[in-house]
Design a protein around this ligand. Structure first.
Ligand code: ADP
Ligand code: MG
Length: 559
């Protein structure tokens, strides 16, 4: 007989499994959604691969998912005849967590104060296959990669190690068998050996899966019947689809465990037809600012899954948008390289971007709280768009909000800032810095505070960059209060001050000359200021000088 190897889970995987075994997540039913979701992905992958590789020796005649319950043995099996996995894939995919942001997630989890906080984090991370260990004390997975001869049997109790062993006669695809925890079987609510219970969960969480999910009917020799309706949500008219259905679909495509913040539908008819179903998540993923993160939506062509993370369809700054685009006129053979050049794809992308931006704009007035969540989670990413999406710059500014001296708690939109601008105020004033308190206590702020001018308080590193690149909003220029000569006076006042200034300059001439000599090359010029009301002196950058933060950034980069 074939040798059995015992291998260790990678340490991140081990930590996650411990959490699942001690099941701190309350909604245990979701384990089934994860298994069905994986089976569906495996069928998508097989269809695509067999289409691309005509020599692949795979059986694609009856692609489906089957679920079997065995109350006597207390097992539940989810089976698919999809792509399957090789031995090495099992080790790499099931024995480790390759998801970026995992380390960060685990650190946060350790710091979580209570069970609710941990649950919330798990919901954000999405635990996938490991969710099985919420309900099973042992999991057996038998799989054979399509086109290969030998299968693999994987088994684990989730406690640190797993075994792996070749099998001779495994069918194509993957079967996951859960040996259910006895305590759940006794509890009616969680009796996963009950076919009725399983059917109910499938209907609730996986109805939209486009492959048949079959279960044997009640009675001795009843036929297998399809449990799900299999309709692609984006192809159904929006009046027919419930919010719950959208939410479950979102969880399937995003691997998120939490509901989305907003659902967006888009339909284009005519010569170039496509449908899109997009979602704004309710929280930022752990890897939003990591370089190796994935982005983009799923691409389908005529209902056939083509690829995950199609980055050509969404710009970098909207990388958190999830969902599906189904195009009618593309070839099933498209590759990522072709997509980058494709004119139709570029057109879809333009339209998606505009739609996302207008949806957020509508949210600002329709549901301020929802918008506040959106901006808190994704604002820093969205602002990156100010640097590279010229076409939509004004629209991005329109949906942006910024901390401001107007209200210490609530950020302001630029539209609201402009509506509060004082008589004679021409510019939108801002100051960048490391923290709100640093900015508020800056001497630069004094004259503005005294005059009652509102100043935007910009503390994100990205703010340093876009304020230089973006000329203005609604015809008003952005003006740093820490740079150049800031003009706070009306014309009439100016004449009077000019005279006074002349006299002051005379009076202070010897002091200014002396200071200029004493400070030498460290400053360009020493001059009297109209900015200050209580501080005796402050350092001012030239209009084209770097801000202190940028200066620090460049210095850190060795420039
Ligand atoms: P995710 O689905 O988010 O990638 P999972 O933990 O659910 O994470 O699954 C990990 C990986 O294991 C999948 O990405 C897939 O490559 C592989 N996998 C899981 N289930 C199956 C299956 N039924 N058939 C083929 N591969 C599978
Ligand atoms: Mg999964």
């Amino acid at each position: 007989t074939a040798p059995i190897e015992t291998l260790e889970f990678q340490s991140e995987a081990r930590q996650l499994l411990q959490l699942m075994i001690h099941s701190i997540y309350s909604n245990k039913d979701t384990f089934l959604r994860e298994l069905v979701s994986n089976a569906s992905d495996a069928l998508d992958k097989l269809r695509l691969e067999s289409y691309r590789d005509k020599d692949l020796e795979a059986d694609t005649s009856d692609l489906h998912i089957a679920i079997e319950t065995d109350p006597e043995a207390r097992t539940l099996t989810v089976r698919d005849n999809g792509i399957g996995m090789t031995r090495d894939e099992v080790v790499a995919l099931i024995g480790t967590i390759a998801k970026s942001g995992t380390a960060d997630f685990l650190t946060k989890l350790k710091e979580a104060k209570d069970a609710a906080a941990s649950q919330d984090l798990i919901g954000q991370f999405g635990v996938g296959f490991y969710a099985s260990f919420m309900v099973a004390d042992k999991v057996t997975l038998v799989t054979r990669r399509a086109g290969t001869a030998e299968g693999v049997r994987w088994e684990s109790t989730g406690e640190g190690t797993y075994t792996i062993q070749p099998v001779e006669d495994a069918p194509q695809g993957t079967a996951v068998t859960l040996h259910l925890k006895p305590e759940d079987t006794e509890d009616h609510l969680y009796d996963y050996t009950s076919a009725a219970k399983i059917r109910e969960i499938v209907k609730k969480y996986s109805d939209f899966i486009t492959w048949p999910i079959r279960m044997r009917g009640e009675g001795e020799d009843a036929e297998a019947e399809t449990v799900n309706s299999m309709k692609a949500l984006w192809a159904r008219s929006s009046s027919e689809v419930t919010e719950d259905e959208y939410h479950e679909f979102y969880k399937h495509v995003s691997h998120d465990w939490q509901d989305p913040l907003e659902t967006i539908r888009l339909q284009a008819e005519g010569t170039f037809e496509y449908q899109a179903l997009l979602f704004l998540p309710s929280h930022a993923p752990m890897d939003l600012f990591l370089r190796e993160r994935k982005r983009g939506v799923q691409l389908y062509v005529k209902r056939v899954f083509i690829m995950d993370d199609c980055e050509s369809l969404v710009p970098e700054y909207l990388r958190f948008v999830k969902g599906v685009v189904d195009a009618q006129d593309l070839s099933l053979n498209v590759s990522r390289e072709i997509l980058q050049q494709d004119r139709q794809i570029q057109l879809i992308r333009r339209r998606l971007v505009k739609k996302v931006l207008s949806t957020v704009k509508a949210m600002m007035t329709a549901d301020a709280e929802k918008y506040a969540t959106f901006w808190r989670e994704f604002g820093r990413a969205v602002k990156e768009g100010l640097l590279d999406d010229f076409e939509n710059r004004e629209a991005i500014l329109e949906i942006s909000s910024f901390a401001s001296t107007h209200d210490a708690e609530k950020p302001t939109s630029l539209r609201d800032y402009v509506s509060r601008m004082k008589e004679g105020q021409e510019h939108i004033y801002f100051m960048t810095g490391e923290s709100r308190s640093a900015i508020e206590n800056s001497p630069h702020m004094e004259a503005f505070r005294a005059k009652g001018f509102e100043v935007l308080v910009l503390t994100d590193p990205i703010d340093e960059m876009w304020v230089d690149a973006v000329p203005g909003f609604d015809g008003k220029q952005f003006q740093s209060i820490a740079k150049g000569q800031v003009d706070l006076e009306s014309e009439a006042d100016k004449k009077a001050t000019e005279v006074a200034r002349e006299q002051q300059n005379k009076a202070f001439e010897s002091l200014l000359t002396w200071m200029g000599t004493a400070l030498g090359d460290t400053v360009k010029e020493v001059r009297l200021s109209s900015r200050l009301t209580t501080s005796p002196a402050c350092i001012v950058g030239d209009t084209h000088d770097l801000t202190p933060t940028l200066e620090k950034m460049y210095r850190a980069m060795g420039q």
